[in-house]
Design a protein around this ligand. Structure first.
Ligand code: SF4
Length: 702
């Protein structure tokens, strides 16, 4: 892999989607790597958060998988790579012969690179199935669905740079950049705020974003502490307020009539939807005073440029698509799209969650979001690949888990941990146990890998090269340190070997990672103009259709990428969460992540620096609820839902709304996902992580 002699290599932080550049210094031995700042890095100019600074701590960790493992009589034994490959190939062939190709599922990973995910989805499709997905399903599938349908592309419409320079109002709903995108928050948002921008935060939980902008201490910024699952009523109040005020003051600029006339469709549908809408009742539903929402509406509508940031508080609901559609409605009626400092901007979680989707590791689209059921698009990819691709969308990752042991007999898991990351984890564990065969390719023995039949030891982010795509569509190169840990292999080399053995060397053997990228860009129009040379050290933001294109900082200047070229407005109505509180489970459970940890904690729980900050899970409980349930701050409590229970420490705080409890998915034995509900948004198939009915009690010791 790429090295630069004795110089530290320039690469990208493996954690969040901000995509900060860092340097890795190779010591004398394999795994002996250390962090160095990269002062000229394009996104972060040398700054990193606590996770980025601690990222190298997992590379030489004693828990690293070092040899392939094969399970026999319920126990793992060390095996050679040859044995492991033979077992994988023979089992995958058997499953296809005894069933059909759809009896296999493939999980890509946002922790791995574009080239690796590209090759995994190519293997799945060569095998004959579109049952391939990645964890974007868990975080922003609904956002991608709504953005693609209504604007054209499933990604941030704007860029951190143009937002910092031009936005007057940041409307941050269901996102917490202070915790989850610390460098975006401290470098871009804070700078804009120092220069006068206003922040409106919509979230059931006061958090680091609230505190970083001192929201609530002055009249300038606002925190609308919405009830979980009541985002549509809140945004409908905003929309109706703007329409009402426009009626009263047609020339005051509440809406952008010219933009609506020339660049959008569906405005009448929105007006009809809101005609009989009752703002008072909706404010009650949202749990926020009506006058506060009206004031926030005024701040957004009267800004020269207002940017919406959207996160998993919006997307992870059964109404996730409609939640995001309502944000799109707000941006479109006020003309806040197609220019700097505006837009609807999903803050992506993992360092390559955008790229993993871009390169086609999804059941319904090929690289570049080309639908598998579009004959022309599929044909153009088939021409390059030399084989036929199934023309029906496959199963999503939660659907694959639901079918495990039924129609799905085998699973190939690269860098994912569904027992921890999917909702209703206890049930996922049972289903995965019933598979006939599972491969797990990872750097550590995860909770999921424990149930695999073959475990393959992969190299870490610091040991290999490739490309990743950050939250504002910037494709950047990662470069690997010179030596790799013990008998580990790069994900790409493993996939090349598996693909070559299953099918042919011609289709799956590449000279190096750059050669894979060269094939990727042939079949992925939005990456077509990129080469490794052109990416250089700054990267390029897609779309980049032809060599020489510099990419786009913001999208849709002249038209939207929809069939009509118009932005699609569509009114939506409130849909309560699938589970609402009742007598048995009287509280709403909502979940989110911590700055110091990363999703299922596979890496962050092995970092001494990060564990010192947050060594265990906890639950935030409002003081009134604490009093009702007899809970003191620091008590161990049992948190229960219809799907299971966990024991965690209670943190009594007014940060959370009364009637709501808040916890995290990072810690194995006490993960929030033992409790969450696996009901899906019917279009995007994203689970409802953000609202479930729950109960709480002080833990009674035996
Ligand atoms: Fe890494 Fe994100 Fe922190 Fe940047 S903000 S250092 S990308 S975790």
């Amino acid at each position: 892999m790429s090295t630069e002699g004795d110089e530290p290599v320039k690469t990208i932080c493996p954690y969040c989607g901000v995509g900060c550049g860092i340097k890795v210094n190779q010591g004398d031995d394999p795994g002996d790597v250390s962090f160095m700042p990269w002062g000229e890095a394009p996104v972060n100019e040398g700054r990193v958060c606590i996770k980025g600074g601690a990222a190298t701590q997992v590379v030489d960790h004693e828990d690293r998988l070092t040899e392939p493992l094969i399970k026999e009589d319920g126990e793992f034994r060390e095996a050679t790579w040859e044995e492991a490959y033979s077992r994988i190939v023979s089992e995958m062939e058997r499953i296809r012969d005894e069933n059909d190709p759809d009896a296999m599922g493939f999980f890509g990973s946002s922790k791995t690179m574009n080239e690796e995910n590209y090759l995994l989805q190519k293997i799945a499709r060569r095998y004959g199935t579109n049952n391939v997905d990645n964890c974007t399903r868990m975080c922003h599938a609904s956002t991608v669905w709504a953005l693609r349908r209504s604007l054209g592309a499933g990604a941030m419409t704007n860029s951190m740079v143009d937002l910092e320079e031009s936005a007057d109002v940041f409307w941050i709903q269901g996102a917490n950049p202070g915790e989850q995108h610390p460098i975006a928050n401290s470098q871009y948002f804070r700078q804009a705020v120092l220069e006068g921008a206003t922040v409106i935060q919509v979230d059931p939980h006061a958090n680091k974003t609230t505190r970083s902008f001192k929201i609530g201490e002055t009249d300038r910024h606002m925190h609308l502490q919405v009830n979980p699952g009541a985002d549509i009523p809140l945004l409908n109040i905003v929309l109706k307020t703007i329409l009402e005020r426009h009626e009263e003051e047609p020339d005051a600029g509440w809406i952008d009539e010219a933009f609506i006339d020339e660049r959008t469709e569906g405005f009448d549908h929105l007006k009809e939807t809101l005609e009989d809408f009752d703002k008072e009742a909706a404010a009650e539903e949202a749990g926020v005073p009506l006058e506060d929402i009206e004031l926030a509406a005024e701040k957004y509508a009267m800004a020269n440029n207002a940017a919406i940031f959207t996160g998993m508080g919006m997307s992870q609901h059964t109404c996730g698509v409609d939640n995001v559609q309502n944000e799109i409605n707000l941006a479109l009626i006020t003309g806040n799209l197609g220019k700097p400092g505006t837009g609807v901007n999903p803050l992506r979680g993992q360092n390559n969650v955008q790229g993993t989707s871009d390169v086609g590791a999804m059941p319904n689209v090929l690289p570049g979001y080309q639908p598998v059921n579009d004959d022309e698009a599929r044909g153009s990819v088939e021409d390059v690949w030399g084989f036929e691709v199934p023309d029906e969308p496959g199963l999503t990752n939660v659907e694959i888990s639901h079918e495990a042991g039924h129609s799905v007999k085998g699973l190939y898991v690269m860098g994912e941990n569904p027992i921890m990351s999917e909702p209703d984890g206890n049930e996922v564990e049972e289903r995965l146990k019933s598979l006939e065969f599972m491969v797990a390719q990872d750097i550590f023995m995860t909770e999921t890998a424990e149930f695999a039949d073959v475990v393959l030891p992969a190299t870490t982010w610091a040991e290999r090269g490739g490309t990743v795509t950050n939250t504002d569509r910037r494709v950047q190169r990662m470069r690997g340190a010179e030596m790799v840990h013990e008998n580990t292999k790069h994900d790409l080399d493993i996939l090349m070997e598996v693909g070559s053995r299953l099918f042919s060397e011609d289709e799956f053997r590449f000279d190096d990672v750059e050669a894979v990228f060269e094939e990727l860009r042939e079949v992925c129009p939005i990456y077509h103009g990129m080469t490794y040379d052109a990416l250089g050290e700054t990267g390029i933001q897609w779309p980049c259709y032809e060599e020489g294109d510099q990419g786009d900082q913001y999208l849709y200047e002249d038209s939207f990428d929809t069939e009509s070229g118009l932005g699609h407005i569509e009114g939506v109505r409130h849909q309560p969460p699938a589970e609402v509180p009742d007598e048995e489970y009287p509280l709403i459970l909502t979940t989110a992540r911590l700055e110091e940890h990363y999703n299922t904690g596979t890496m962050s729980r092995r970092s001494p620096t990060l564990m010192r900050q947050h060594p265990e899970n906890f639950v935030d409980v409002h003081p009134n609820d604490a009093e009702e349930y007899g809970i003191e701050d620091g008590d161990m409590v049992t948190l229960r839902s219809r799907r299971g229970e966990i024991e965690v420490k209670a943190q009594v705080t007014e940060d959370i709304k009364e009637g709501v409890v808040w916890t995290t998915p990072h810690f194995a034995a006490a993960s929030a996902n033992r409790l969450t509900n696996d009901v899906l948004d019917e279009r995007a198939k994203i689970p409802e992580y953000k609202a479930a009915a729950a109960d709480i009690a002080v833990t009674v010791s035996d």
